[in-house]
Design a protein. Sequence first.
Length: 59
Amino acid sequence: MKHSFYDVKLRKKVDAEVTEFVSYGTGTSKRFAFKAKTKDGRSLTAFVAKADWEKAKKK
């Protein structure tokens, strides 16, 4: 699945293949994110809504 990430080094949005679905925190302060890698191996993280995260994870 492709998703749009902000690449800090390039200072622009890039599309990358999602490699992981992660969640941070516990209880009411839980956050959901997609993780990916750039072509040169740097990590990308995009925080998303819980509904989008669950929908993508089921695919």
